[in-house]
Write a protein of this length. Structure first.
Length: 219
């Protein structure tokens, strides 16, 4: 049975922010997709809500527990409900700097597409990968609160996970040029057909070659 997210956390935090700031506040729910993929960029979805946002669409849940059809059908209602964006962290960044800088790149790209900067970011998981540890960075990060299993429990994070999943799946299907890696079906993850292709063909330029890719000989 699918567990659907609720508004409890986001409504409580927005009320607290309104009171502490003395003005209407807004927050962003954020989630990543593609962190464990072998190929393609990592994607981060971001959805912006405020104290006066209408009720969310029904059926919001972690994108991983929803069918492809359900995810696709929720994209339009989510965008009707609240501003949303998907940002990407490139394969080049993953290969040269690592997955965490790529996640931050994706998150900051998503934030830049929203109509306003939030007073708080609700980030799915236990690790704040959005905040930059580099004191010389010019990109300011909003305050971040991590939410364990946020994509399962919080509607705005669930919505972000759905936008990111649908967008990245579509991108990976477009990147599949028929070379044999089957990205249209595996979306870059380690399926048997993907590993077999890596063994026979070697890495593509869309692969995360800084990683120890299965099926590829490593020194």
């Amino acid at each position: 049975m699918t567990r659907f997210a609720t508004r409890e956390l986001e409504q409580r935090l927005l009320a607290e922010l309104d009171e502490s700031l003395g003005r209407p506040a807004c927050l962003v729910g954020m989630d990543e997709v593609g962190r464990g993929s072998l190929a393609g960029p990592v994607a981060v979805g971001a959805v912006l809500i405020a104290s006066d946002s209408p009720p969310p669409p029904t059926g919001l849940a972690d994108s991983k527990v929803l069918s492809v059809k359900s995810r696709d059908e929720l994209v339009h209602p989510i965008r009707e409900w609240a501003p949303g964006a998907v940002g990407y962290g490139s394969v080049e960044t993953i290969n040269t700097r690592g997955i965490v800088p790529a996640l931050r790149e994706a998150g900051m790209n998503a934030l830049a597409e929203l109509p306003r900067q939030p007073d708080l970011v609700l980030l799915d998981g236990v690790h704040d990968w959005l905040t930059d540890a580099d004191l010389f960075s010019s990109a300011a990060t909003p305050p971040v609160r991590t939410v364990v299993k946020g994509d399962l429990t919080c509607t705005v994070i669930a919505a972000a996970s759905i936008l990111a999943k649908v967008a990245r799946d579509s991108l990976m299907s477009r990147l599949d040029g028929g070379e044999g890696y089957s990205w249209s079906s595996n979306k870059g993850y380690a399926s048997p057909s993907h590993i077999e292709a890596l063994t026979l063909l070697g890495p593509h330029h869309h692969h995360r070659t800084a990683w120890k890719l299965p099926g590829v000989a490593h020194e």
